[in-house]
Design a protein around this ligand. Structure first.
Ligand code: FE2
Ligand code: FE2
Length: 188
């Protein structure tokens, strides 16, 4: 979790620069900047908890940014944002209620709220980019988004360990599946 949070920082920084380069409205650019700041905070909080539990968090390495097409940005936003952040926000909300580890439960309350906003940002970015893509590109992005949901469904089909379910408050495979399925319905 700590690694994923840390990896989200450069992802939002990149999005922020790309939004700027493509002339996106200030509301989107500012939301991306806020999201990058949120992720710095999440990474710090979760890293502290992980280290307290004796884990070592691997460092995030990022390749230098290269310019991408709008379709490439839209595809990543659809997969990582519209599907994964939306699902992640829902999982965080479950953890905020269920984690037996008090420190984590408190951290997840804040994180769940932020992640819901990040998911919202993905949907706003998707709307903005969609209008700029031609019909073919829009269709390809939508197909990748659908594929990401199917892939996610596969990933959540294994039950987390009993300890992870109790201490971290993670949903069971059946619950996670139901969450992804309902996400797919709203995607459609
Ligand atoms: Fe986060
Ligand atoms: Fe996030």
């Amino acid at each position: 979790m700590a690694w994923l949070e840390a990896a989200s920082v450069p992802a939002f920084e990149r999005l922020m620069r790309e939004l700027e380069a493509h002339g996106a409205p200030a509301s989107l650019r500012n939301a991306a900047r806020r999201a990058a700041r949120d992720e710095v905070r999440h990474a710090r909080t979760i890293t502290a908890l992980a280290e307290e539990a004796g884990a070592r968090v691997p460092q995030v390495r990022v390749a230098p940014f290269e310019e991408r097409s709008l379709e490439a940005i839209a595809t990543e936003n659809a997969v990582e944002g519209c599907v994964r952040e939306t699902f992640g926000a829902a999982v965080a909300a479950v953890q905020a209620k269920r984690a037996s580890h008090r420190g984590l439960r408190a951290a997840m309350r804040r994180i769940a709220r932020d992640e819901a906003q990040h998911a919202q940002l993905s949907w706003a970015v998707a709307d903005w980019i969609d209008a700029k893509l031609d019909a073919g590109a829009r269709k390809r992005v939508r197909r990748m988004r659908e594929r990401a949901a199917v892939e996610l469904l596969r990933e959540v089909s294994v039950d987390p360990s009993a300890i992870a379910r109790r201490d971290l408050g993670l949903p069971s495979a059946a619950e996670a599946r139901a969450m992804v399925l309902s996400l797919r319905v709203s995607l459609a």
